[in-house]
Design a protein around this ligand. Structure first.
Ligand code: BMP
Length: 217
């Protein structure tokens, strides 16, 4: 299936993460792992999950270039399809991640879905997009619950893909996120905490498909 849905598997139970990724694989573009799962399972979870889906390592690397390169290098070695990096740390640090491997797509954080993002990141979003473009990154992280900011980022993204978390538990709607420019929609709790995660994932995909077909009309 040609899905735009990215499942955030922010759980501590690796068996549940693997089970969910296997059962939902047909509904997903990728699974996204973050520190909760990495902390209990280590980097081996990347290759385990890769059996079922593309894996995006949302480690939000935000360190000096050498440390960023060590982390991104390990993610690539374990088979990650993509990695999320902060960009506000500066060009040298983002470049260290971007130059690891052509097979490791970098998503650069240029805005976030939490309220506090408006304090320091939002005032620099336009510059961060420009810097990400210069470094040839694959994609940008934009808030799926702030449609004004999301569409502003999409307008400037050019070839870069826009991946939007903030949908479901954080109040954003998958349909509105896509209407406002999301190429990929991240959903975590609204799927992995659902009584029927497969049905929940299908419902998000239906919502997205409706918007896409309306846009085509
Ligand atoms: P949830 O759908 O349960 O709120 O999960 C969202 C996921 O996206 C989490 O992994 C979170 O760390 C991540 N995320 C986010 O919520 N907002 C951002 O701006 C960037 C993120 O990576």
């Amino acid at each position: 299936m040609d899905s735009k849905l990215v499942l955030a598997v922010d759980v501590f139970d690796a068996d549940y993460a693997l089970d969910l990724s296997r059962k939902l694989s047909d509904e997903l573009f990728a699974v996204k792992i973050n520190w909760p799962l990495m902390m209990v399972k280590g980097a081996s979870i990347i290759s385990e999950l890769s059996k079922y889906s593309k894996v995006i390592c949302d480690l939000k690397v935000a360190d000096i270039p050498n440390t960023n390169a060590l982390i991104a290098g390990k993610a690539a070695e374990m088979g990650a399809w993509g990695i999320v990096s902060h960009s506000i740390i500066g060009k040298d640090s983002l470049q260290a991640v971007a130059s690891i491997s052509e097979d490791l797509r970098v998503f650069s954080v240029v805005a976030m879905s939490n309220k506090g993002a408006s304090q320091y990141i939002y005032p620099h979003t336009d510059e961060l997009i420009e810097m990400s473009r210069e470094l040839g990154v694959y994609g940008l992280i934009a808030p799926g619950n702030d449609y004004e900011m999301l569409s502003r980022i999409k307008r400037q993204a050019g070839k870069m893909k826009v991946m939007a978390p903030g949908v479901g538990a954080q109040g954003g709607s998958a349909g509105e996120a896509v209407r406002n420019g999301a190429d990929l929609v991240v959903v975590g709790r609204a799927i992995y905490n659902a009584d029927d995660p497969l049905a929940a994932a299908r419902a998000f995909n239906d919502e997205i498909s409706k918007v896409i077909s309306l846009e085509k009309e």
